[in-house]
Design a protein around this ligand. Structure first.
Ligand code: CUA
Length: 339
């Protein structure tokens, strides 16, 4: 690798060139006006210097043309910057429905990743090129921040909730990953890499560790049984708790009359603080699992609940596990619909 000097990090994602174009535009505007003002100041020094002792300056009482020009020109420039920036921001913040979900858990001082196929990594993430990757992230302790300069994406990672980010890497290679939120004495060492691989290489890499890897949703299913969630949450609504089949991404009504979409954050809250929102028609009898489940386990449980179906789009799988009545489709049973 040649250590070529470069003012900008490499562009390795679909959004990178767009972010840079906007940045260069803002930089050019700023440079142009800085230079213009400096030159005008210098010109006025000379043009309007005092030529003889006691000379008094000419008083100006304003100019409508000038007022209009220096109001309209900045307005147009700032509006261009605003609209251009907003378009890129919306693109960055809108999850594409066909993105593949990966998990990241940050802690002092490391990054833990889990692939949808089950592979786990620490401080290094391998992803396929030309594929939309969605990262669902949380922290086990303090605030961290996920930053890959080559992708031009950055997102804070917070304890107690999920944040997401997406990107599509378009150039194979190995890129820096930084934590960009001061998170304690070893913050500066909370670094890693993202390796972007051709689809074939990625499959080969995945296969390398496949013997031990179980998909997050399968591990979640084991946890569901281990923590005896299944003794209250049945496949239908006859249990002491509501059924979790097909609920993901759908709205529910609660005993306090409020409604809410049951997304990742809702599921997390319901496991950690079950009393916060109790589904209408049920009693608050669920114990809290705060302190019993790690963030990684929580993500696995949520993956499992997502795999039971719902309107989430990318994870929506036919509820193979749950649909006891569907005898006709029984030959699918046991096979993961995502593989
Ligand atoms: Cu984690 Cu800084």
């Amino acid at each position: 690798m040649s250590p070529e000097f470069s003012l900008f990090p490499e562009q390795a994602s679909t959004i990178a060139s767009k972010v840079d174009a906007l940045y260069v535009f803002a930089l050019a505007i700023s440079a142009f006006f800085s230079l213009l003002i400096a030159l005008v100041i210098f010109f006025f020094f000379i043009r309007f210097r005092r030529r003889e002792a006691g000379e008094v300056g000419h008083q100006s009482h304003g100019s409508m043309v000038l007022e209009v020009v220096w109001s309209i020109v900045p307005l147009v420039i700032t509006m261009v910057l605003f609209v251009w920036g907003a378009v890129i921001f919306i693109e960055m913040r809108t999850m594409p429905p066909d993105a593949t979900e990966y998990f990241a858990t940050a802690k002092q001082w490391m990054w833990k990743f889990q692939h949808p196929e089950g592979q786990r990594e620490i401080n290094h993430l391998h992803i396929p090129v030309n594929e939309k990757i969605k990262l669902t992230m949380t922290s086990e302790d303090v605030i961290h921040s996920f930053f890959v300069p080559a992708f031009r994406v950055k997102q804070d990672v917070l304890p107690g909730r999920y944040t997401t980010i997406w990107f599509e890497a378009d150039k194979p290679g190995k890129y820096h990953l930084f934590c960009t939120e001061y998170c304690g004495s070893h913050h500066s060492q909370m670094i890693g890499s993202v390796t972007v691989m051709e689809a074939d290489d990625y499959q080969a890499w995945l296969a390398g560790g496949a013997a031990t890897a179980a998909a997050p949703k399968d591990l979640g299913e084991q946890l569901f049984e281990q923590y005896i969630c299944n003794t209250c949450h049945y496949e239908d609504d006859s249990g002491r708790g509501p059924s979790l089949v097909g609920i993901y991404g759908k709205e529910a009504k609660f005993t306090d009359g409020t409604t809410r979409v049951r997304d990742d954050d809702y599921l997390r809250e319901s496991i950690m603080m079950p009393a916060a929102s109790v589904v209408e028609g049920y009693l608050q009898i669920m114990p809290t699992y705060q302190g019993q489940l790690s963030e990684v386990s929580l993500l696995q449980l949520i993956s499992y609940i997502k795999s039971l179906g719902g309107s989430a789009g990318e994870e929506a799988a036919p509820p193979v596990v749950a649909d006891a009545s569907a005898g006709a489709t029984a030959d699918n049973t046991g096979e993961s619909p995502n593989e």
